[in-house]
Design a protein around this ligand. Structure first.
Ligand code: ADP
Length: 504
C-alpha cells in the first residue's frame, strides 16, 4: 500500500486491516509517501529498506510487538534515527513510559482522533527533518574544524576532563611521530610527551584540575623515536576539558642564535673600533702628557739633589728634614704616576663588562684626563655636579671615552675663538635617567659637518680622523642611551648624553 510520490515516507504498522485503512485515509493527501506493514517482522524489513522518516507503530501485535520492533530499530545504526510514534489501546502510564523508554518519541491512545494523528505526525516529521539538517550541519562543521585544525602549523591536542587525549590534529601527530590510534584516550604522562619534565607536568595538572592556563616559551617535546624537539607550549581550558597547543620553534631558535652571533660580532667590532679611537686619542694627547709628567719628574730630580746636598754638607744630616724632602719626592712621583696610570687605564682594552657607576665620580676622572688638553689650549673646564644622582650600569672606560671626546672637541672649538675661554660639563639626573651635558661657547658646528654629524670620517680638523662622535654615539646606544647635539643659543655647541637607569 503506497500513496503519493515524493515527500517524506511514513510507515503505518497495524495487524488490523481496518485500522490500517483508517490510518491510511487519515494521512492520505497530506503530502507523505505512505508505506504499510501488518506485523513486526514486516515493519522491520520495510524500515531497513525504505528508511522512512517516521513510523506509526501499533503496540499489540501477534509475533513481535511494537515495543520490540522499536528496540530492534533503535539498536541498528541504519534505522536508529527513524521517529517512532506508538499507537495503542494500552493507555496506562507504565505502557507509555515503556514506549518512550525503548526510543519512541510519542504515544497516541486508541481509538484516535484523525486530527490528532495528523498533527503529531506533522510535528515529528518536522522535528525529524530539522534533526537531520542539524546532524548534516554538524558533520559539515566538524569537517571544517578538522580541515582548519589540520591546516594550521601548530600541534593542537584536545584533552578531556581527566586529561586524556580526545582529539589531535595532523601536525601534532607528525611532530611526535605517532598515529591517532596510539594517542587517543591516553594522558600526556602516559605518552611521555614532555619527557615527564616535572614542571611541565605540574603546569598540565593545574590546567586539567584548576583550569589554569599555561604558557611556556620553550619546552622539549619527545617523539616516539626518542628525539627531542624544542617547542613553545600553551594550554587553555575549554568546555569539557582543555587544549594544548605546541609550535615547533627549532627554526626560530636557529635564527635567534644566528642573530645573537651577528650581534656579538657587531659588538666586538664596535669595541675594537672604540679601542682604536682611544689609542688615537692617546696618541694625540701624548705630547701634553709628556709635558704633564715632565713637571713632577723635574721636581723629583730637584728634591733628590737637595737631599744629596743635605747629606754631603752636613755629614750628620737632619733626618727630619731629609724625610720631609723625601715625602715631597714621593708626592711628585705619585703625581707623575697618576697621570700615566690614568692614561694607561683609559687606553687599555675594555673588559666589555658593565658595572655600577657614579656619574659624578666618572666625570671627575674625565675632567682630570682632559686637564692636559685644557692647559695646552688655555681653556678652563667648569665641572657642575648635580646632587643625589642614582648610580647607573655601564662600561666605565667606554663612557669616559664618550665624555672625553665631547670635552676635547669642546676645548678645541673654544680654542678657535677668543670670546669665552671656558667649557662646561654638567651632570644631571632624575628617577629614570642620568647623564651629562658638555657645553661650549666656541666656533659652533661647521654647516657641512652638522648635516652628517655622528657619521664616521667626518671632520673639519686638519689630521682629524672624524670617528670620535660616531664611536661615542655607538657606545651610548649600546648602553640603551641617547646622544644629542643642539646649538648653543649663546654661540657654540651643546652635546647631551643620557642613560636610562633600568639598563642592567
Ligand atoms: P674629529 O674630532 O677627529 O674631527 P669627531 O667625530 O669627534 O672627530 O668630530 C667630528 C667633527 O664634528 C669635528 O671635526 C668638528 O667639525 C665637529 N665638532 C664636534 N664637536 C664640536 C664642537 N663642540 N664644536 C664645533 N664643532 C664640533
Amino acid at each position: 500500500m503506497i500513496a503519493e510520490k515524493g515527500g517524506e515516507q511514513v510507515l503505518l504498522v497495524d495487524d488490523n486491516p481496518t485500522n490500517l485503512q483508517v490510518l491510511f485515509k487519515t494521512l492520505e493527501g497530506s503530502g507523505y509517501r505512505l508505506l504499510a506493514a501488518r506485523d513486526g517482522e514486516a515493519a522491520i524489513k520495510i524500515a531497513r529498506k525504505a528508511k522512512p522518516s517516521l513510523i506509526l507503530l501499533d503496540v499489540m501485535m501477534p509475533g513481535i510487538d511494537g515495543f520490540q520492533v522499536c528496540e530492534a530499530l533503535k539498536s541498528d545504526p541504519d534505522t536508529e534515527n527513524i521517529a517512532v510514534i506508538f499507537l495503542s489501546a494500552l493507555t496506562d502510564s507504565q505502557s507509555k513510559v515503556h514506549g518512550l523508554a525503548v526510543g519512541g518519541v510519542d504515544y497516541i491512545a486508541k481509538p484516535f482522533q484523525s486530527d490528532e494523528v495528523l498533527a503529531r505526525v506533522k510535528t515529528h516529521i518536522k522535528i525529524h527533518r530539522l534533526e537531520r539538517a542539524l546532524a548534516a550541519r554538524n558533520i559539515a562543521l566538524e569537517d571544517e574544524n578538522l580541515s582548519i585544525l589540520n591546516a594550521v602549523e601548530e600541534g593542537i591536542v584536545g584533552l578531556d576532563q581527566e586529561g586524556r587525549v580526545s582529539s589531535i590534529n595532523r601536525q601534532a601527530l607528525v611532530l611526535i611521530e605517532q598515529s591517532e590510534a596510539d594517542v587517543l584516550g591516553k594522558t600526556v604522562e602516559e605518552l611521555q610527551l614532555f619527557n615527564n619534565d616535572e614542571s611541565v607536568s605540574a603546569n598540565i595538572k593545574l590546567l586539567i584540575n584548576n583550569s589554569e592556563p599555561l604558557s611556556r616559551a620553550f619546552v622539549e617535546l619527545s617523539t616516539a623515536q626518542g628525539a627531542s624537539i624544542s617547542v613553545s607550549l600553551t594550554g587553555s581550558p575549554r568546555q569539557g576539558g582543555s587544549v594544548l597547543v605546541w609550535r615547533d620553534i627549532r627554526d626560530w631558535l636557529k635564527s635567534q642564535q644566528a642573530l645573537q652571533t651577528a650581534r656579538e660580532e657587531i659588538d666586538e667590532q664596535r669595541q675594537h673600533m672604540a679601542h682604536i679611537e682611544r689609542l688615537s686619542t692617546g696618541g694625540e694627547m701624548a705630547a701634553g702628557i709628556a709635558h704633564e709628567v715632565n713637571q713632577p719628574l723635574t721636581a723629583v730630580v730637584n728634591y733628590a739633589r737637595v737631599c744629596q746636598r743635605m747629606i754631603a754638607t752636613d755629614g750628620q744630616p737632619n733626618t727630619e728634614k731629609v724625610s720631609e724632602v723625601l715625602d715631597k719626592i714621593a708626592v711628585q712621583a705619585e703625581r707623575a704616576s697618576a697621570v700615566i696610570q690614568r692614561m694607561r687605564s683609559y687606553v687599555k682594552k675594555p673588559t666589555g663588562g658593565k658595572e655600577r657607576l657614579s656619574m659624578n665620580t666618572m666625570l671627575a676622572e674625565v675632567v682630570a684626563l682632559a686637564e692636559v688638553d685644557s692647559r695646552t689650549h688655555g681653556i678652563d673646564i667648569e665641572f657642575v655636579r648635580a646632587d643625589a644622582l642614582a648610580d647607573f650600569q655601564a662600561d666605565e672606560v667606554q663612557i669616559q671615552q664618550v665624555a672625553l671626546n665631547l670635552l676635547r672637541n669642546a676645548i678645541e672649538a673654544s680654542a678657535a675663538v677668543d670670546v669665552n675661554r671656558t667649557v662646561q660639563i654638567a651632570s644631571f639626573g632624575n628617577a629614570d635617567t642620568v647623564g651629562f651635558v658638555v657645553k661650549d661657547w666656541g666656533a659652533g658646528l661647521d654647516p657641512d659637518v652638522e648635516t652628517q654629524l655622528f657619521s664616521p670620517f667626518v671632520s673639519s680638523k686638519e689630521g682629524g680622523m672624524g670617528i670620535g662622535l660616531s664611536v661615542s654615539q655607538s657606545i651610548v646606544q649600546a648602553h640603551g642611551g641617547d646622544l644629542q647635539y643642539s646649538p648653543n643659543p649663546e654661540g657654540g655647541a651643546i652635546f647631551r648624553c643620557e642613560f636610562p637607569l633600568y639598563q642592567s
